[in-house]
Design a protein around this ligand. Structure first.
Ligand code: SOE
Length: 394
């Protein structure tokens, strides 16, 4: 067994569980220079954190992240908490010499993301690395799409079309959670799932978003308070059991890319019937690719130069050993799932810890996504170029 890599996971909800699974699984399927071990779980509530540690089989717990930052026997701090805590934890950990993996989006503001990136650049000079958890890059089919574009198979990229559609908030009586509070989450669908689309679109297309024209909308302005959100905005009236939603429910924007491509983006958690449809389609002068996470082991590919182009898109089953990541898993045709994206993320991060080119996206890449998020929010604000359709009585 190789030298252990001791990991402290901060946060134990959905992402804490996904990351813990990944730290524990990666070395069983990938040859890594270190064997990750999650040795400490940090959470706000002692009882809940202890229960999570029992469930996740983690030996130690704490309610103070500085425990993770200051201990000599921790090598990596993995931040799986709401966005309003990312900057404080990441900067302290990097300055203490800990590698940091931070969930997306990097922060709630560009200023915080810049502060984190500056700390990461200082730490990099000491061989300490930063990573941001845009995990969909590690879906084999999306990684294959990025390879196709990079190889020039699609020719000149003209269209980038990204939709991230969920429906877990379509019920107006779904409770008010931290993801619906701007101070805690930074934004709503835009930062939570739109950030994934922005990162994937820029990475696969190989171009940067240079400008946007956007709208944000909130369909449901108040929601039932829960034990965790009693403090968030109870109105004290007949609505006392409900609190204010202070983020977007849906985002829609167009974008111009640095290489001349035109982008159309949509992010919503109200697309009833779409459970986790993270979709990206790229149209080029020679061909197109289309990915939908709900069919994550498949890539739709159209090569306009082939004789049988008239037959339209063909489906590539991305489970062959020649495809990204798949040779580490099961025989052809058996497929992978959501949790395996995080296993790939850990494998890439650990494998790159002592390389001069650590795994991407690092904090600088994630800061760029944060800048696009900010541009979308600015464009959708009061000064948005919204033009009402004029309809006159004839
Ligand atoms: C939102 O519900 C969410 O959990 C995102 O926060 C994750 O990043 C995404 O992978 C799944 O959906």
């Amino acid at each position: 067994m190789t030298q252990p890599l001791r990991v402290a996971v901060i946060g134990h909800a959905f992402m804490g569980a996904a990351h813990t699974h990944a730290w524990r699984t990666a070395s069983r399927f990938f040859d890594l220079p270190y064997t990750p071990e999650v040795t400490l779980l940090v959470g706000r509530d002692p009882e809940r954190t202890a229960a999570a540690a029992t469930r996740l089989n983690i030996a130690e717990t704490s309610t103070d992240f500085s425990q993770a930052v200051n201990r000599e026997d921790i090598d990596v701090v993995d931040i799986c908490t709401p966005g309003n805590t990312h900057a404080e934890i990441a900067v302290a950990a990097l300055e203490a010499g800990k590698h940091v993996l931070c969930e997306k989006p990097l922060a709630n503001t560009v200023a915080e993301a810049e502060q984190m990136t500056a700390a990461a650049e200082r730490a990099a000079h000491r061989g300490v690395h930063s990573f941001c958890g845009f995990s969909y890059r590690r879906a084999p089919a999306l990684a294959l799409a990025q390879q196709f574009v990079a190889e020039g198979r699609l020719g000149q990229i003209r269209h980038v079309r990204a939709q991230y559609l969920q429906d877990w908030l379509a019920d107006a009586d779904a409770p008010l959670t931290w993801r619906l509070d701007k101070d805690t989450a930074g934004s709503g669908a835009l930062g939570d799932i739109g950030a994934h689309s922005i990162d994937a679109a820029q990475w696969v297309a190989g171009q940067r978003i240079e400008g946007v024209s956007a709208m944000l909308h909130t369909f449901v302005p108040t929601r039932p308070l829960t034990g965790d959100t009693q403090g968030l905005g109870g109105t004290g009236s007949a609505e006392a059991a409900r609190g204010a939603v202070t983020v977007d429910d849906a985002a829609a924007f167009t974008a111009r890319f640095s290489g001349g491509a035109v982008g159309v983006f949509e992010a919503t958690r109200f697309a009833l019937g779409r459970r986790n449809a993270n979709r990206l389609e790229i149209n080029g002068s020679h061909g197109s690719v289309a990915f939908d996470f709900e069919r994550m082991n498949e890539l739709q590919y159209f090569d306009g130069r082939e004789e049988q182009a008239a037959q339209g898109f063909r489906t590539i089953q991305v489970t062959d050993a020649v495809h990204p990541y798949t040779d580490h898993w099961w025989p052809v045709g058996h497929g992978l799932g959501y949790g395996d994206l995080f296993v790939h993320q850990v494998a890439d991060v650990v494998a790159s810890l002592h390389s001069r080119h650590p795994a991407q996206p690092d904090f600088a890449e994630a800061l760029d996504v944060q800048r696009v998020l900010h541009a979308v929010e600015t464009s959708a604000g009061e000064n948005s170029r919204y033009t009402p359709v004029e309809r006159h009585q004839v």
